[in-house]
Design a protein around this ligand. Sequence first.
Ligand code: MIG
Length: 818
Amino acid sequence: MAKDSTKQRDIENGNAAQVLEEGIQHVNNPVLDLPEIVKNYLGAVTGYHQEDNNFYFTDGSACVEIKVVSDEIIRVRLAPKGQFLDDFSYAVPQSDQHVAVYNFEEDQQVYRVKTNTVTCIVRKADFLISFEDREGKEYNRDYAPMHWEENPDFGGYYVYCTKAAVAEEAFYGLGDKPTHLNLRGKRFVNWNSDTYSFQFNQDPLYRSIPFYIGLNDGNAYGIFFDNTFKTYFDFAAEAHDQTSFWSEGGELQYYYIHGPHMMDVVKRYHSITGTHYLPPLWALGYHQCRWSYYPESKVKDLARNFRERKIPCDAIYLDIDYMDGYRCFTWNKRYFPDPKKMIKELADDGFNTVVIIDPGIKVDENYWVFRDGKKNRYFCRRGDDYFMEGYVWPGRCQFPDFTNKEVREWWGGLFKELVDAGIAGVWNDMNEPAVFGRGTFPNDVRHNFDGYRGSHRKAHNIYGMQMVRATYEGLKKLFQKKRPFTITRAAYAGTQRYASVWTGDNVATWEHLRLGALQLQRLSVSGMPFCGTDIGGFSGEPDGELFTRWIQFGVFSPFMRAHSAGDTAEREPWSFGPEYETLNRKFIELRYKLLPYIYSVFWEHTKYGFPILRPITMVEQHLDSNIQREEEFCFGDKILVSPVLNPGQHRKTVYLPKGGWYYYWNDKRFEGGKEHEVDTPLDEMPIFIKAGTVLPEYPVMQYVNERKIEALKLLVYHADRVTNSYLYEDHGDTFAYEQHIYLEKKFVVKGGATSLKISQSVDGLYSEKYDAYELSLVGLPFEVKNVLVDDASGTVERDGDGRFRIKVPKDFKSIAIS
Ligand code: MIG
């Protein structure tokens, strides 16, 4: 044990007084001035003891804690000098006490901590740790014992973990790294960075999600390295047989998350870091954004255009120009003389107003937010106690310390006027944090870190997360029963509890459209389900074809928003001429038809932690990682899409996972387990519906809840087997679902060569507003002669597409068709 434990902890947290910023003390070449660095490795295990779910192993001075978190999750921590750091995490809200059954064994060579699913093995001779399933199949093992170096920058440690990489092992996750899905052969760093016009393979970007999934021989596991300092990951890049991760400070602390299914790894990752709350239904509609729509007349014009042209839209964004001199929580009264009235008029026309907010607060004694923050010492201070100052849009700024609970509460309350004015959501930008010129804060800035004080080294990667947390919690309080909508640019693991994300300042190129498809899939398996790209590309000019293809991809992006930089040409769905306008309308309408399905998929995320987008490797994880397949993915488990990502592309090869699939545009049936070629004219993109699906479809509306639905359409895609489909419904904008005020409907379809049975069971306390379903039967291999609805005979018609159509009461129990 360290003698002076508080001091030791302070140093390891990066609090030492001698912590100096690059800008203050100029060392000519710090790298060359460093003394020879010695890596310390764990030695042989000399003993252990147990406390509750925790096992402590020591080599005589260092200590390793193995904690059984659940049947499938084991946490490992290293204390180089025997002193663990504070057990506090922004990613994992409470050390959840799942009840886990486990036992402990020891023999000559090893210790074994065994749950019902996984065995964690600690080898006595060299302290190597490995994980096996109950059958003794190894999933993951240390290549070298955990190790560390003194960190001469601030007296803590660099901490390292080196794992064996198996020859065929593939790696996924790590947030929105803009590269191929399989991370093997690459090295990455996590340090939230404002990266305008980022490029393929650029690293780091705006977010830090130190969680990856290893997939070997069809078996998956996850590693979540919960460390907020600058972290690094090397996936068999430096050495083909090793994968390592390390950090410039803090604790070596990681969770091993067992599979073997990738879906389960992601679900279990969410079981510790939380899921995204169910967003308001309107937030799943189409959003229109630009830097910036102002003044009011322009916003009104925009709204009028959407309605006159009959292009559905649910949200309009106000970028920084709505503010008075970029002062947060103020209005530019010249541009927006009566915000409340404008927002009300927009709302009456079905538009939600979302406003941007930045962390930089203008240094201005006549500005109440600054005065308040200054008086209460809410702004971040430097190592020498001066305020952290930097230039951003408003000019000279100071920045709230969102890692302080009191500051978060204050910040949350500042939204009162905006909420009173009627805003429906808040867009959190620049929260990496971004500062003009110097990029971000210097390392010596101090943070409260919810009582576990630390410098910016420790707080940098969670600063944005705590900002959007403050925003979300504030809005939630102010809205009372209504669900807020929030979006953030910066994030750390766990941010999904507070916000959706967009991938930042992308570019209007085909390469960026492809990158977006990869980034959103990667975010989805990394625990950030509600994600989107700037449709059309933030900077640069898309042509009509690129914009339309991007809108098509946007239909299957969990978050669907078009956005563009201020110096670009107009960028609305009608900006590229009538031909493209028609196409864009068609696809935005498709998004609105699919809303009940999209919402149900979101519910599965909120409730169980399943991702919304699912890469093909996740659906069929025995497939090797073939980069030809990385651009297609499943949206929920019933829809597969393969967005068109090249100009002039009129045909595309699509791989379909095993089972039957129907082409959405013509009901043609395809057999899965192989590749198919399909035509991709500009007015189509490859969309396939899994055989056996009951797909709910809304009538096209110009915005969510525009009018009452008379009968909900259910498309039933025939399969020669028994299948389940789910439909989730609720108020769409309240938290009543937390009190069971929702409906979860399960449809079981039993398809055969001459008959089809559909049964429905319902759970929950909500009542839907429509009275009936209109079934539309797709791919039926027989002519319908008899229809029995709960033993009474029903009637059948043929619709324009040649499908059989049957209207049934919404509370039917079973339908027999033959
Ligand atoms: O320095 O608010 O990524 O979406 O339009 C640029 C203006 C600040 C960056 C965001 C972008 C937003 C822009 N912001």
